[in-house]
Design a protein around this ligand. Structure first.
Ligand code: ZN
Ligand code: ZN
Length: 377
């Protein structure tokens, strides 16, 4: 098969899954209908639409019934929808509201119980379905597709690894640019630009670049602040290849670090290593979180670690499984998760170290390989 290189990695030219992959995914969703007591499923969110059909447009409605799959979209996506999804779903190009058209065309005729994901379904959608199908029962099936999508296949893992390889390379390239006087915003722009140049479709999210005291805000946007000597610079970024995203954080120092932050760097690294070493199929997400949190708590910094340890990544930057104190999710082989403990001292600065990890039976593999050693520039 033809191959291309992404950030030094050999990647097949066509990462797009084969038709069979989509058909299998659709079949697995259908086989769960009975368990959820539904006779059809509505899908409107971009990630599950892409996961089930390959469709990448921004306006689509998939109606999955036990023997039919219909994808409704508008004229802008006529060619694209047929090309991307035509082998998995009957594509209907319609004018106006997609639901209205779907009902008019009989896509939901005789449907008694309709499943929908209440986390991605807007109130407007809900009201519209209620109005158009007054006698159909609506049942919320949160995460039905997402649960299947949490277990990645080979092609998905290749895309995730390629995205991680790009972000790793950009991290290396960006280090020489971090100097006193350089604005956070310029660093963020360089990250986006370089990821794109190396073959990414887009950023996974707007890069976070936070320096000095601003690094104590876990999700600070890049600002006009110039980096100063002695700053911690926290960079959290990622990029997307074939729909699948990377998500990495590194914190480096420009000049000599604040002594407490230097100590905390070692602590966060230890917490991260503790959790990384424990990753394997069967481990509950909350146990992983507790391992890292315990390391930080024993050093007396528990209240400075205000977020969960990690999250699944894939077509969405945040997806299942949850790696958090109250998570009930069990790690499964094929999950890809982040491990990202952090400690943030108000007025001083923050440290976070984040990597992307593939869960396997009896262990794990890292997708991000950037150095975790304390870097002083
Ligand atoms: Zn991140
Ligand atoms: Zn993350």
């Amino acid at each position: 098969m033809a191959a291309r290189r992404i950030a030094g990695m050999q990647v097949p030219e066509r990462l797009r899954p084969a038709t069979k992959v989509f058909r299998d995914r659709v079949a697995r969703v259908r086989s769960s209908f009975r368990r959820h007591g539904i006779s059809a499923l509505l899908v409107v969110d971009a990630a599950p639409l892409r996961y089930l059909t390959g469709f990448t447009g921004s306006n689509g409605l998939l109606i999955l019934r036990s023997s039919t799959a219909r994808l409704y979209t508008d004229g802008r996506y006529q060619e694209q929808a047929r090309h991307e999804a035509g082998r998995v779903a009957a594509v209907h190009v319609v004018a106006g509201g997609l639901f209205e058209a779907a009902v008019r065309e009989g896509g939901l005729r005789y449907c008694r119980v309709l499943g929908y994901d209440d986390r991605t379904f807007s109130n407007r959608h809900y009201k519209e379905v209620r109005r158009l199908l007054p006698s159909t029962r609506l049942v919320a099936v949160p995460g039905l597709v997402e649960q299947l999508a949490a277990v990645k296949d080979r092609a998905e893992l290749t895309s995730l690894a390629a995205a991680a390889a790009i972000s790793d390379r950009v991290f290396r390239e960006i280090l020489p640019l971090l100097r006193p006087g350089v604005r956070e915003r310029d660093v963020a722009l360089e990250i986006s630009y370089r990821q794109g140049k190396l073959g990414a479709e887009r950023d996974s999210f707007e890069p976070i670049v936070a320096s000095g005291p601003r690094s104590a805000m876990p999700h600070a946007k890049a600002s006009d602040r110039p980096i100063a000597r002695g700053d911690a610079v926290l960079m959290d970024f990622g990029c997307v290849v074939e729909g699948y995203g990377s998500d990495i954080t590194r914190t480096v120092f420009v000049g000599r670090p604040h002594p407490e932050l230097k100590r905390l760097y070692g602590l966060v690294l230890e917490a991260q290593a503790r959790a990384r070493d424990a990753v394997q199929a069967g481990v509950p997400g909350r146990v992983l979180d507790a391992l890292a949190r315990g390391v930080i708590a024993r050093a007396g910094y528990e209240k400075y670690f205000p977020h969960s340890l990690g999250h699944g990544i894939g077509l969405n930057v945040h997806e299942l499984p949850r790696i958090a104190p109250a998570s009930r999710d069990l790690l499964t082989a094929g999950n890809v998760i982040t491990i990202e403990p952090g400690v943030y001292l108000p007025g001083v600065g923050g440290i976070r170290i984040e990597d992307d990890v593939v869960v396997q039976e009896g262990g794990s593999t890292l997708l991000t390989h950037s150095s975790r050693d304390l870097i002083q520039l």
